[in-house]
Design a protein around this ligand. Structure first.
Ligand code: ATP
Ligand code: ATP
Ligand code: MG
Ligand code: MG
Ligand code: MG
Ligand code: MG
Length: 258
């Protein structure tokens, strides 16, 4: 194709790329979801429909992008881990971040009705911000994911009694004062004695967040003429609410950190 005299402007584009050989984490986070969740009547502190919708969008991301190894989500955020060897879009930062973020956002709108139900129409346009961070090895990647899961736990341990207090008539500042500086034991005791809630019996999705993985499953690819089955393995995208801070999760899936 003939070059136009305008084409030199292409030289002004700056293609920042993500360091070779590092894990790439792309994290998306809902823009202004404090307000967005109120506008749509999310149950506080954990609206299960909205969490399932986030998990659904993450599954769609893993199905669309084979370079994404796993995802971890909590609240209005999701982190996606790309293989250190990925050559997706030449590892260009803006391509990777913008395509994953817009794909996630579009999925959120596309699957909203299915998860939120007919009585919760979309009343505003949801947006997500996105960023990419490189982690140089398995240890720092695991620390990153542990950081997000610890954050999920700390927030949920605070938010659960906070919303119980507010729903039972306390003002937000009264609830804040009651919980200020208290340890986990105090919060759990308050939950149990005043509201009959055993923290450890709350759904794992609330306490641990969600992990999206490619689970290996064997399936019957075809049946031979003699009636015996030909089995193959395939990766099926699955949502777990597992602990990812300890070693067990990783020992079972060594390929995730390779
Ligand atoms: P920002 O644009 O800076 O991210 P934000 O208001 O989204 O602003 P966050 O720190 O991301 O701030 O907080 C997310 C908010 O969305 C929290 O207030 C949280 O309670 C709410 N939220 C997200 N998901 C849910 C859910 N499933 N159920 C109830 N509330 C939720
Ligand atoms: P990439 O992901 O690299 O951008 P692409 O297939 O989107 O791949 P583009 O160079 O962006 O490549 O080209 C956009 C394509 O979409 C073209 O083939 C164009 O014909 C088609 N297209 C976009 N908008 C329209 C439209 N309004 N009507 C018809 N075709 C369209
Ligand atoms: Mg924020
Ligand atoms: Mg947010
Ligand atoms: Mg957030
Ligand atoms: Mg295009």
């Amino acid at each position: 194709m003939a070059n136009s005299r305008y084409e030199y402007v292409k030289q002004y584009e700056q293609d920042a790329t993500l360091l070779p050989g590092c894990f790439i984490v792309v994290r998306v986070d809902g823009k202004g979801f404090t307000k967005f969740s109120e506008l749509h009547g999310f149950e506080k502190p954990n609206d299960k429909r909205a969490l399932d919708l986030m998990d659904r969008c993450a599954c769609e991301v893993l199905r669309e992008f084979s370079d994404v190894r796993m995802g971890y989500g909590v609240s209005d955020e999701y982190s996606f881990v790309l293989a250190p060897s990925t050559a997706l879009y030449g590892r260009r930062t803006s391509k990777i971040v913008s395509v994953l973020t817009s794909f996630f956002t579009a999925s959120y709108v596309r699957w909203w009705g299915e998860h939120m139900g007919a009585d919760a129409p979309l009343r505003a346009t949801p947006a997500f911000d996105g960023r990419a961070v490189c982690y140089p090895n398995a240890a720092t990647l695991r620390d990153y994911l542990s950081w997000r899961q610890a954050d999920c736990h700390i927030n949920n341990q605070y938010n659960t009694p906070y919303w119980c207090l507010v729903k039972s008539g306390a003002t937000p500042s009264e609830a804040q004062r009651t919980l200020a500086g208290s340890d986990a034991g105090f919060k759990n005791e308050l939950l149990f004695s005043r509201f009959g809630i055993n923290y450890n019996e709350l759904p794992e999705q609330f306490r641990k967040g969600s992990v999206v993985v490619r689970a290996r499953e064997r399936f019957v690819a075809k049946v031979r003429e003699d009636g015996t089955a030909v089995e193959r393995e395939r990766g099926r995208v699955a949502v777990l609410h597992a602990d990812i801070i300890g070693d067990a999760f990783w020992t079972e899936r060594p390929e995730t950190l390779a």
